[in-house]
Design a protein around this ligand. Structure first.
Ligand code: UD1
Length: 355
């Protein structure tokens, strides 16, 4: 059985790694990796392949950055000949980035079955590009692997046949569990004792100068001696420069590798983010997470985990930080099946379906 995996952007890599490993143990499976090139800087891509032990891509489509339509179309145009030449029996796509939906569309027209890892998540907010990507991908995929039962419920409500849906748990947490012992060995290197770890890259938070300034100002006044450690996404770095925003008092860093970032999360007093995956990682690590979004496609992190949605209410952000500092941060539990074995369950279903 020939399986082709599509990855393209940073959050795909930690999801693909456990699936590649689990399928790699199956004698009947041959695997290929296609990188769309949606993310291309060494610190947004190469470092993850190295640290996560992902084999070098067989193809790199090198699409780079552009508008949504251009990027999605370019991935489609460049992927089609690869699929025609390699004729995979199954294509595996991950998460909700433009590479995910682009690949799924191409496969559907070529009648190549698609397996979607991290299916069923919904923010119910169609102003988010990722929500569009999730909806389209899930309608077209043949096999849908969900991280939690809310995903199953969403898919069933959208008319997807139950036998195609498999609740397998969270593949990102597989990677976290495997690499946490290594992350714990990374040196603290003058890291402040108490700090908030911040990440910010959603267009709704960073593309408008006023909104971005308001957030960064609130962080500068987050709470007494709490340091702010802020690895800056390239999109956000560009906006800070473009709008000439003052970042005094914030410890800005370049994007970090997986191990370095995981170590920072585990040691943080609180994490402040608008990322999807970080809401899940903090829930597993039991570190309080304040999410700068009005909604989340990962509600289990709020209902069971350590996540709190603060939207763009900066007073709320400051009061939630104060709560954490006075010992009142959310405790939380780890959701079912976030146990390090999601990749194995996916491999099992894929091989069984092919037999
Ligand atoms: C993409 C995903 C988002 C995911 C995020 C993680 C979509 C629609 N968005 O958003 O879901 O949470 O990745 O990072 O797929 N850039 C670089 N170097 C790179 C990559 C990007 O400098 O290696 C800059 C470019 O100026 C680019 C901008 O970052 O225009 C945004 O990149 P893009 O891939 O369009 O979206 P992200 O914001 O990274």
């Amino acid at each position: 059985m020939n399986i082709l995996h599509i990855v393209g952007a940073r959050p795909n890599f930690m999801k693909a790694a456990p699936v590649l490993r689990a399928l790699g143990n199956r004698a009947s499976v041959r695997q290929m990796v296609v990188h769309s090139g949606q993310h291309y800087d060494a610190n947004m891509s190469d470092v993850f392949f190295a640290q996560l032990g992902i084999p070098a891509p067989d193809f790199n489509l090198a699409v780079g950055s552009s508008t949504h339509a251009q990027q999605t179309a370019e991935i489609m145009v460049r992927l089609e000949p690869v699929l025609l030449e390699r004729k995979p029996d199954l294509v595996v796509v991950y998460g909700d980035v433009n590479s995910t939906v682009a690949a799924t569309l191409v496969c559907s027209k070529l009648l190549v079955p698609v397996a979607h890892v991290e299916a069923g998540l919904r923010s119910f907010d169609r102003t988010m590009p990722e929500e569009i990507n999730r909806l389209v991908t899930d309608q077209l995929a043949s096999l849908l692997f969900t991280p939690s039962v809310d995903g199953d419920e969403n898919l069933l409500r959208e008319g997807i046949a139950a036998p195609r849906i498999h609740c397998v748990g969270n593949v990102m947490i597989d990677t976290l569990i495997r690499l946490l012992p290594r992350a714990e060995q990374t040196p603290r290197n003058g890291l402040p004792q108490r700090y908030a770890l911040v990440t910010l890259h959603r267009p709704s938070n960073v593309d408008d100068g006023e909104v971005l300034k308001q957030i960064l100002t609130a962080l500068q006044h987050a709470g007494g001696d709490l340091a702010i450690v802020f690895p800056v996404h390239p999109r956000t770095r560009q906006r800070i420069q473009q709008y000439g925003i003052d970042v005094k008092g914030l410890l800005l860093k370049d994007p970090l590798g997986y191990l370095e970032f995981l170590a920072l999360q585990q040691r943080a007093t609180v994490v402040i983010t608008d990322s999807g995956g970080i809401q899940e990682e903090t829930t597993y690590l039991k570190v309080p997470c304040l999410t700068l979004r009005e909604n989340t496609e990962r509600p289990v992190t709020v209902t069971m985990g350590t996540n709190t949605l603060v939207g763009n209410n900066m007073e709320r952000l400051q009061s939630e930080v104060a709560k954490v500092l006075s010992g009142g941060g959310k405790q939380g539990r780890v959701p079912p099946l976030w146990d390090g074995r999601a990749g194995d369950r996916i491999a099992e279903v894929i091989v069984r379906n092919q037999a």
